[in-house]
Design a protein around this ligand. Sequence first.
Ligand code: MD3
Ligand code: FE
Length: 203
Amino acid sequence: TVEPLMDGAVVLRQFALPNAESLMAGIETVTSEAPFRHMKTPGGHAMSAAMSCCGDLGWVTDSRGYRYQAEDPESGRPWPAMPAAFRELARSAAETAGFEGFEPDACLINRYQPGARMGLHQDKDEQDFTQPIVSVSLGLPMVFQFGGLKRSERPIRVPLGHGDVVVWGGPARMRYHGVLTLKAGEHPQTGGYRYNLTFRRAR
Ligand code: MD3
Ligand code: FE
């Protein structure tokens, strides 16, 4: 079902459910080459979510700032290739939401353990804001916060669960967003974690 969230944003409930096993296998393959790590923000704080990336470009943060780059800074090697199952899911979700021909060049993998969160922020390190962002939730449920174009605007809360996919584009692309603190739990496919795949066109 296509559930409009706000102008430019739709939730595709359980859209990724049939592919959940292959997505989890993809996460396993990618993170065996580029292990999860807690990157540091320019302010020196460790991100509470552990991250890895795949595709031509990966998102990184360190003392120098936020950016996309082709190499994993931990190994100096290119990021692992984006698994075909990832690419195809992102493309079909975008198409279902009305964005034809989405070809992500970057996939950020976030892994949340209980207590992890992501504060309100905008995604603005990409070059083309006409391209949508596709996000896939796997494992433990969490509450997503979706705000306005200014941080001061009060966000709405959207619960997201295993297999839910959200597509953000057009007027929703620059909205502030974040996730509330993950509560402890146990999920049959992911154990004590929540994973989020975020597909982007970075360049
Ligand atoms: C709404 N991740 O990695 S994904 C991020 O659940 C990030 O891990 C969150 O925000 C997570 O940057 C949320 C959903 C998301 C991603 C990009 C957006 C929502 C967005 C860009 C604009 C508006
Ligand atoms: Fe974000």
